[in-house]
Design a protein around this ligand. Structure first.
Ligand SMILES: [Fe+2]
Ligand SMILES: [Fe+2]
Length: 279
């Protein structure tokens, strides 16, 4: 099972760029074209928040137009730049939004033997996220309904620190409660996030936790305590999560690849036609 994770596409209305210079639509178009033409056996695409820059109907319509060439299911989750009501209206056909007792858009979806749990822990009007009791209760129920099914938990804000200070102050609150819950559910193989616009890896509750890069702009990797918020136009990319049923433990193993988006020289063979290493 192969799941591509796009995140932080920050789409604006047609003809508008983000932050005065980032043509986010062109970047997403390139990412979509790359995935659509790729020989990689991608089963689904998850988009972990900040689909749009300001959460307007016009931006969601533009986002939908840009992802149209994708032939696989696309499962979206809101980020702090999104607006729940506008997103739920525009993308209602893509996901069964709103399964908790709260007013968030969280939902779970099964992809073959794998359960994708899309947790909307955004806080309306705020840059940070927060895992609330209503989320934990729902998560517990989703996991209890299929305790043996391997699961992937996606949320926009990372429930861990990255060392990039201006992003860390707007990460996901309630991380220790989430971690305590995960300790009881070993079938959750990994926690995958967005928001920081960089490929970042750590562990949470003893399993993999990662942040995928954006197919557009990257948050500057500056670990100085008072580094001003800024971005760089680094090579764009996405994460490819590969679930291997027969590897690892009873729930399989999740392996994540960082995939740079672009046309690069190659493939160049390591061996010639007679099997000798190319010198
Ligand atoms: Fe973002
Ligand atoms: Fe964000």
């Amino acid at each position: 099972m192969y799941i591509a994770q796009l995140t932080d596409t920050h789409i604006r209305p047609k003809g508008h760029v983000a932050y005065g210079l980032v043509d986010t639509a062109a970047f997403l178009a390139r990412a979509v074209d790359f995935i659509a033409r790729s020989a990689l056996p991608i089963d689904a695409v998850i988009v972990t928040g900040d689909l749009t820059d300001f959460g307007t109907a016009e931006e969601y319509a533009h986002f939908l137009e840009l992802i149209a060439p994708l032939a696989v299911p696309v499962l979206p989750l809101p980020g702090n730049h999104d607006e729940r009501a506008a997103m739920a209206l525009a993308l209602a056909h893509m996901a069964p939004f709103g399964q908790t007792q709260g007013d968030d858009l969280s939902y779970a979806a099964d992809l073959g033997p794998l359960r994708l749990i899309m947790l909307d822990a955004t806080v309306p009007g705020a840059p940070h996220g927060a895992v609330l009791p209503v989320h934990l209760a729902w998560l517990e129920g989703v996991l209890a309904s299929a305790p043996d099914r391997p699961a992937l938990l996606a949320l926009h804000h990372p429930p861990f620190l990255t060392g990039i200070r201006h992003m860390d102050v707007q990460n996901c609150q309630g991380a220790s409660e989430l971690e305590a819950l995960l300790m009881r559910w070993p079938n959750v193989l990994a926690v995958v996030c967005g928001h920081v616009h960089r490929s970042v890896h750590t562990s949470l509750a003893g399993r993999g936790a990662s942040i995928a890069p954006s197919p557009a702009h990257a948050v500057t990797l500056d670990l100085a305590p008072h580094a001003p918020p800024s971005f760089h136009l680094e090579p764009p990319g996405f994460h490819l999560h590969c679930w291997q049923a027969t590897e690892g433990g009873p729930h399989g193993r999740l392996v994540t690849h960082l995939v740079p988006i672009g046309a690069f020289p190659g493939p160049h063979p390591f061996f010639d036609a007679s099997g000798r290493p190319v010198e």
